[in-house]
Design a protein around this ligand. Structure first.
Ligand SMILES: NC(=O)c1ccc[n+]([C@@H]2O[C@H](COP(=O)([O-])OP(=O)(O)OC[C@H]3O[C@@H](n4cnc5c(N)ncnc54)[C@H](OP(=O)(O)O)[C@@H]3O)[C@@H](O)[C@H]2O)c1
Length: 327
């Protein structure tokens, strides 16, 4: 049987728990696509899983919920060998082994054939990020009917991509960070206001927009959600997409007190089916043309995966981290 290199995690912990090993290369099977992995973006959810905060993921596991590369084998499928594809989520790196490996075997329905001139490490930053932002902004927040938006946790990769897409949709953007040293980067990305986020910003929000914001994208999560609801105007929408604050559960939730009259609360939990192949292709073409300016984070070689995770530990990426594999 052929071998490949993969980072396997056998128990939760720090970046050193991701161990580079020789493992068996997966074999093609009907309904599944074998992909030669060329590059992949790192995701916060992998970081949570590494730390042992994803109870549904059992170890040992090869993590990694997305990748881009070439089709090696696609039995019973319309895909051709050598075709450029992206694969996103659908249990990848959670229910079955994922993209921290040279080859990945994934179900056909999470594979997106793509045509692009972008180099693969740039392409790799986009699929999961675009799917999440597209789902949050259009399905969750219905931004087509809004003029302004507050993005909490805006220096995250999802935050920067949300700024780019909300800006291209013509919204006025207010961004938050705990670290005002990052304000210039947020302004350069397209925010018109930056707020220092220590957890309670609703008074500042109402100074900027007296009825409250039209839309709030909540990436910090339950630790700031109640304050986000107070920052939104009646008729506005708050969408919880992220949990950067690290807490899944609100310890006390009294809806009549917590949700102001007329404010709508929703969430976006994400899935590959939430964006079509055509929509993803369209976004990628906008990036190619320079019409959608998505901020990229640092790149690492495959063997440097532990360093990349350490950077995520320190919140120093300021954009999507991409791991590249040898051509
Ligand atoms: N629902 C979905 O489908 C979906 C999909 C993808 C990602 N997500 C979620 O979206 C969020 C962003 O993901 P990402 O990969 O873009 O993150 P990321 O780039 O790793 O985010 C890094 C940023 O998070 C902020 N941060 C870290 N810890 C924080 C804390 N305790 N409180 C407030 N801010 C904190 C830091 O901002 P400052 O230091 O500047 O404050 C840092 O710059 C995550 O919660 C992720 O799980 C959801």
């Amino acid at each position: 049987m052929s071998k490949m290199r993969a980072f396997v995690i056998s128990e939760p912990g720090g970046p050193e728990k991701l161990e580079l090993m020789e493992v068996e290369r997966p074999l093609a099977k009907p309904g599944w696509v074998l992909i030669r992995n060329r590059a992949f973006g790192l995701n916060r959810s992998e970081w949570f899983t590494r730390r042992g905060d994803s109870p549904s993921v059992s170890f040992p596991r090869v993590l990694g919920i997305e990748c881009v590369g070439e089709v090696v084998a696609a039995m019973d499928s319309d895909l051709e060998s050598g075709q450029t594809v992206a694969a996103i989520m659908g249990g990848m790196g959670r229910d079955f082994d994922g993209s921290y490996a040279e080859y990945v075997l994934v179900p056909r329905d999470i594979v997106f054939p793509l045509q692009t001139e972008l180099e693969l490490p740039v392409l790799a930053a986009l699929p999961e990020m675009l799917q999440t932002v597209h789902g949050s902004l259009y399905t969750g927040l219905e931004i087509g009917r809004a003029q302004n938006i507050l993005i909490r946790g805006a220096t995250s990769s999802i935050g920067f991509a949300s700024i780019a897409i909300a800006k291209s949709a013509g919204l006025e953007i207010t961004a938050t960070t705990r670290n005002l040293a990052k304000a210039d980067e947020l302004l350069a990305a397209g925010a018109i206001h930056v707020i220092e986020d220590k957890g309670s910003i609703s008074l500042q929000a109402r100074k900027l927009y007296s009825p409250g914001f039209d839309r709030v994208l909540e990436l910090i999560g339950t630790t700031t959600l109640l304050d986000s609801l107070q920052s939104c105007r009646p008729g506005g929408i708050v969408c919880m997409t992220g949990i950067l604050g690290g807490e899944w559960v609100l310890p006390e939730f009294a809806p009549m007190d917590a949700i102001p009259t007329g404010v709508k609360l929703t969430s976006y939990s994400g899935g590959a089916m939430d964006i079509t192949q055509a929509q993803l292709q369209q976004y990628i073409e906008l990036v190619e043309k320079g019409a959608l300016n998505i901020r990229m984070g640092p790149r690492f070689a495959f063997t440097e995966l532990q360093q990349a995770h350490a950077l995520m530990d320190e919140n120093r990426a300021n954009g999507k981290i991409v791991i590249t594999l040898d051509p």
